[in-house]
Design a protein around this ligand. Structure first.
Ligand SMILES: C[S@@+](CC[C@H](N)C(=O)[O-])C[C@H]1O[C@@H](n2cnc3c(N)ncnc32)[C@H](O)[C@@H]1O
Length: 324
C-alpha cells in the first residue's frame, strides 16, 4: 500500500473552493447530531435543522493531506461534509446567494444578466448540486419546470425551508450527480453553480450523466473554481498571489480527522481536462465564461477577494450543448 502522508497542521490558507470559509465564523460549539432528511432531525420553526457546530469541529478536522480518494469514498465524505456544513454555509453566504436569486459565482454574476441558459420559460430544468436551491427557485419563477438535485440532506433541508418561505415548491431529489435518477432526455437545460463537479472523483461520469438526461440541443452550464486557482494558496490576501502548487498535479486536496479519515475532498482538473470530459460525454463546449471582478464589489468569499479578482479569474463557467 502506498504510504499515506501524515496530516499537516491545519492552515486556513490551504482551504479550497467556494465551500470554504477562510476563517470559521463561530468558535467551536457543542456538536449536534446530523440526521438524514427523513430521520426526524430537530427543526426550528422554519423547518430547517437546528444550528450545528462548524463542520470542522463536528467532523474533527485536524489537517490536510494530498492523496487519491475513490469515487465512492469521495461521495460519502462530501455528503457528510455538506450535511455538517449546511447551516454554517447558509449563515455565512445565504444573504449573498438569496432565496430566489440565481448567482453563478462569488464575483456576483447573475443569470438575470448573463443569460447563459437562454429563455427558460416552459423548459424542463435540472439543477445539479442545488444546495438550498436559490437558482432553482429563480428558474421556477421565470417559468421553468425545475428539479433540484443534491447529495446532502442537510443542504436540501435549507431548500425545503426556502420553498416554504417563498411558496414556490421545487421538487427536490437527494442523489449523487454521478448517477442521475432520471430517464434519458428528461431535461431541456441543466445547470450547476459550484454543485457536485468539484467534489466528485469522476467528473467525466457527471458529464456523461448530464448528457444522457438532456434532450438533443439541450444546454448544460456549470460553474467551478477556475483551474488556475489551484496553484495558489486559498488566501484572499497577498499570500494568495504566489504560486505554490503544480497546476498539473491532480492529486486531490483532502482534509482529514485525527485518525486520517477524510472529512472534506476536492478534486482538481486542468482546463484541458474539463474540455476533454465535456467532449468525451458527447457534448459541445460553446463558451467558457471567466467572470471579471466587478468594480466596487468588496465582498470576500473564502479565497475570492477584490485583490485577487483584479489580477486573475476565480471562476470558470463552462457552457455546453448536446448536439441535435
Ligand atoms: C458549494 S455548494 C453549492 C450549492 C449551491 N449551488 C450554491 O450556489 O450555493 C456545493 C453543493 O454541491 C453538492 N454536491 C457535492 N457533491 C455532490 C454530488 N456528487 N452530487 C450531488 N450534489 C453534490 C453539495 O451537497 C452542496 O450542496
Amino acid at each position: 500500500m502506498p504510504k499515506q502522508p501524515e496530516p499537516t497542521a491545519r492552515d486556513d490558507h490551504t482551504q479550497r473552493g467556494r465551500a470554504r470559509q477562510t476563517h470559521p465564523r463561530h468558535p467551536a460549539r457543542a456538536v449536534c447530531k446530523t440526521s438524514p432528511v427523513n430521520g426526524g432531525t430537530p427543526s426550528n420553526d422554519h423547518g430547517a435543522a437546528a444550528p450545528q457546530a462548524p463542520a470542522e469541529a463536528v467532523l474533527g478536522t485536524a489537517g490536510v493531506v494530498r492523496r487519491t480518494v475513490s469515487a465512492a469514498e469521495s461521495t460519502a465524505v462530501t455528503r457528510r461534509w455538506w450535511d455538517a456544513d449546511a447551516d454554517d454555509y447558509h449563515a455565512e453566504h445565504g444573504e449573498f446567494l438569496g432565496v430566489h436569486d440565481f448567482v453563478w459565482c462569488p464575483e456576483g454574476l447573475r443569470e438575470q444578466d448573463a443569460e447563459l441558459l437562454g429563455d427558460v420559460r416552459g423548459a424542463r430544468a435540472l439543477e445539479v448540486g442545488c444546495g438550498s436551491a436559490p437558482c432553482s427557485q429563480w428558474l421556477a419563477e421565470h417559468g421553468a419546470w425545475v428539479v433540484g438535485l443534491d447529495v446532502s440532506a442537510g443542504m436540501l433541508r435549507h431548500a425545503q425551508a426556502a420553498a416554504a418561505a417563498t411558496g414556490t415548491m421545487v421538487p427536490l431529489v437527494q442523489a449523487g450527480a454521478e448517477r442521475l435518477p432520471f430517464a434519458e432526455m428528461s431535461f431541456d437545460v441543466a445547470c450547476s453553480a459550484f454543485g457536485a463537479v468539484p467534489f466528485v472523483a469522476d467528473s467525466t461520469a457527471v458529464m456523461r450523466e448530464v448528457a444522457r438526461v438532456l434532450r438533443p440541443g439541450g444546454r448544460w452550464v456549470f460553474a467551478v473554481n477556475h483551474p488556475i486557482r489551484w496553484i495558489f494558496p486559498d488566501d484572499p490576501g497577498p499570500a494568495g498571489l504566489t504560486a505554490v502548487q503544480p497546476y498539473f498535479d491532480r492529486t486531490p486536496y483532502v482534509e482529514v480527522d485525527g485518525s486520517g479519515r477524510p472529512t472534506y475532498v476536492e478534486h482538481h482538473r486542468t482546463l484541458g481536462d474539463r474540455v476533454r470530459e465535456i467532449a468525451a460525454a458527447g457534448l459541445v463546449l460553446t463558451d467558457l465564461v471567466e467572470p471579471e471582478w466587478p468594480e466596487g464589489h468588496q465582498r470576500e468569499w473564502g479565497q475570492w477577494s477584490p485583490l485577487r479578482g483584479a489580477l486573475f479569474p476565480g471562476t470558470a463557467i463552462f457552457c455546453c450543448r448536446r448536439p441535435e
